[in-house]
Design a protein around this ligand. Structure first.
Ligand SMILES: CCCCCCCCC/C=C/C(=O)SCCNC(=O)CCNC(=O)[C@H](O)C(C)(C)COP(=O)(O)OP(=O)(O)OC[C@H]1O[C@@H](n2cnc3c(N)ncnc32)[C@H](O)[C@@H]1OP(=O)(O)O
Ligand SMILES: NC(=O)C1=CN([C@@H]2O[C@H](COP(=O)(O)OP(=O)(O)OC[C@H]3O[C@@H](n4cnc5c(N)ncnc54)[C@H](OP(=O)(O)O)[C@@H]3O)[C@@H](O)[C@H]2O)C=CC1
Length: 294
């Protein structure tokens, strides 16, 4: 059976002779990015903790005529990260493109997140992203230039029930701006992509109730639907490419307009637990019918 080519909107050989590292590249959005970059001529290294999905993705890419291999890494471990980046540069002689896609979290009301649960999610999404970015700069990009894109999330207006990841992703967006300034003179562009709800394989890591809530997001998204892995990939590939040569420090939303709506992701229960403030006797008191009814 012939493997159909990745139907990228970008031109073939766009990344010929370039080497890309995609963390979390064995599954979901990262896997789509790895496929698209390989179809555009890059040699792609996919990296994550579990070897099986990485091997599968490498096999798929190879079968489709692309060039790929893998490294096992826990991006929360600084030594692992250094070893991963050294392996890429030793094997392939360069590292032009970095996609910080590895990440994740669990849904929970904030008051039930344990201290270790909070630390784990921040460690993965913020500290891990920093460690990989720093290692790529020090091992190659600082001297030769490069392009970095981190996958964050729709954390504008907060991220209720995922407050740990919201805080960590907002921090990555801020770090993206800092590094764009620090590393511009070294020929390194640093950007981020903020997906809204994407129907990726990552969704199946959640329980059914959460997936139902995610599926209901369509009515709160101007596009009228959730997004695809390829839609997230296309934005990452654009920012990595020369088409974005004058873009750095940016976080690009890929959310069908969902982040523009002020409607809460989770409805607020009717309550009267926030007493009003009226500073003087002439103030207009909110009438009963304007207050939530029991
Ligand atoms: C709202 C509508 C929106 C609807 C809109 C939907 C938008 C969705 C947007 C986002 C989608 C995606 O990201 S999809 C991608 C999803 N993919 C992933 O999340 C994969 C990566 N995730 C992970 O690996 C895990 O979730 C993560 C916790 C981060 C790391 O796991 P580890 O095995 O390394 O960690 P563990 O040792 O198991 O756990 C470390 C601590 O975290 C706690 N912990 C772990 N899972 C927990 C859980 N489910 N609930 C409570 N606490 C948990 C543990 O109890 C530990 O704390 P102590 O017990 O105190 O020691
Ligand atoms: N799908 C969505 O709606 C959205 C997704 N995102 C983000 O997009 C990115 C990709 O997610 P998606 O494809 O949906 O889900 P996946 O769960 O499929 O992807 C997460 C990837 O990260 C890897 N990973 C997790 N922890 C580590 C670690 N400590 N070290 C190295 N690799 C790690 C996982 O591999 P392994 O477990 O083998 O290590 C996995 O390949 C994530 O950052 C996610 O949070 C953001 C907004 C929305």
């Amino acid at each position: 059976m012939t493997i159909p080519e990745y139907d990228s909107v970008f031109r073939k050989k766009l990344f010929a002779d370039q080497v890309a590292l995609v963390t979390g590249g064995g599954t979901g959005i990262g896997r789509a990015i790895a496929h698209e970059l390989a179809a555009l001529g890059a040699t792609v290294v996919v990296a994550a903790r579990r070897e099986e999905p990485l091997l599968e993705t490498v096999a798929e890419i190879t079968e489709a005529g692309g060039s790929a291999d893998h490294v096992i890494v826990n991006i929360r471990e600084a030594d692992d990260v250094e070893a991963m980046v050294s392996a890429v540069v030793e094997r392939h002689g360069r590292l032009d493109l970095l996609v910080n896609n590895a990440g994740g979290q669990f849904p929970s009301p904030a008051e039930h997140i344990s201290p270790n649960g909070w630390r784990t999610v921040v460690d993965l999404n913020l500290n891990g992203t920093f460690l990989v970015t720093r290692a790529a700069f020090n091992a190659w990009m600082g001297e030769h230039g490069g392009s970095i894109v981190s996958v964050v999330a729709d954390m504008w207006n907060g991220f209720p029930y995922m407050s740990h990841t919201g805080a960590a992703r907002a921090a990555v967006a801020n770090m993206t701006m800092s590094l764009a300034v620090e590393w511009g003179s070294r020929g390194v562009r640093v950007n981020a992509v903020a997906p809204g709800t994407i129907y990726s394989s990552g969704m199946s890591t959640y329980d059914e109730e959460f997936q139902r809530t995610a599926a209901q997001q369509s009515s709160r998204i101007p596009a009228g639907r959730v997004g695809t892995e390829s839609e997230a990939s296309a934005a990452v590939v654009f920012l990595l490419s020369r088409a974005a040569a004058f873009i750095t420090g940016e976080t690009l939303r890929v959310d069908g307009g969902g982040s523009l709506l002020k409607a809460p992701m989770v409805p607020v229960e009717a309550h009267r637990n926030m007493p009003t403030y009226e500073g003087f006797h002439l103030a207009r008191e909110i009438p009963e019918e304007w207050l939530p009814q029991a």
